[in-house]
Ligand binder design. Sequence first.
Ligand code: NAP
Ligand code: 3JN
Length: 354
Amino acid sequence: MIQQKGYHVAVVGATGAVGQQMIKTLIKEKFPIKQLTLLSSARSAGKKVEVNGVEHTIQEAKPESFAGVDIALFSAGGSISKELGPEAVKHGAIVVDNTSAFRMDINTPLVVPEVNEQDLHTHNGIIANPNCSTIQMVVALEPIRQKYGLKKVIVSTYQAVSGAGAVAIEELQEQTKAIISGEKVEPKILPVKGDKNHYQIAFNAIPQIDKFDENGYTFEEMKMINETKKIMHLPELHVSATCVRLPVAVGHSESVYFEIDTDGVSAHDLKELLKDAPGIVLQDDPDNQLYPMPANCVGSNDVFVGRIRNDLNETRGFHMWVVSDNLLKGAAGNSVQIAESLIKLGLIKEKEKQ
Ligand code: NAP
Ligand code: 3JN
């Protein structure tokens, strides 16, 4: 993977659940890398990791870490992005930020390449990668919006614990083992590491992802609502969300109800449309019990769609089931895709080309 020509890529949060997937995705996609810099906090600095047969030492992320970097992929939390993202830009890097730090900033494009790749042209150094739950939903909705218009979306999510980081994956594994062995569990992380109460996730479902906003929605739900409108350029779209954590390691699922702007459209028409749409795999055959499930989607950068059916009362209303790997298409995969789009569109400045 490391080439004479290519880009100096930095991964910030390289030891995390998302950062590790970023490194794997860069290799899998044969991203043109001339130099790879892996950054974390002081806790992991000095650790050695092997990437494609080459040993790399994790370094502590500091402003000066970005000297000579062309593309910096950030996934170390919003406060690190706010602190170090602008520093990376000052050093001439383009930042693809996986956190919510800049998503709703009007000067920062929020991009899912299948939906709004052209928004990359307006970037000012930072490009925001949306929330995982938003990404998979807009990939499935965009072809429908383009052909039939879109008026309303009501989504309920069934989210995997990996969305809450490496520590939440460990918590699910340990609780599951403990409960099966008849031992007591002491929840410490979920639903939200810094919140007042923690609840068992093994053999449970928790209707809280992120903290609560004053309006009774959680911040995860508000992210889905606001980000969807921004990415799809539909400020008037009616969107509502309920986000739920399930004892699944990887792969978010969503039940999406939506209303289109056109009469006379059937579920069959939507299946025909989605079967050839970019980034989508249609798995919809009730007769043969074919529908997407997270266990079958892990490791893929696609969005899997099934269970498409008409609402029984609303003629312009439909339901569908959308599943995707939250660490890939929902995070690392979409970020690397953004970096690939930047290269394809010629948006990485000449001076940064090696
Ligand atoms: P994680 O598994 O807990 O990993 C956190 C990473 O951030 C680790 O590499 C950690 O390094 C690093 N880090 C922590 N404090 C740091 C500091 N002060 N300076 C530099 N690096 C620091 O979390 P994750 O699941 O990978 O998620 C990381 C972030 O990605 C989240 O906070 C969120 O903003 C974003 N995210 C986005 C989505 C999405 O929907 N697009 C999904 C999940 C996560 P150490 O090893 O040194 O601790
Ligand atoms: O919980 C999930 O499934 C997705 C979580 C995403 C997340 C976790 C911590 C902080 C985010 C995010 O990307 O929206 C953030 C954040 O950056 O706000």
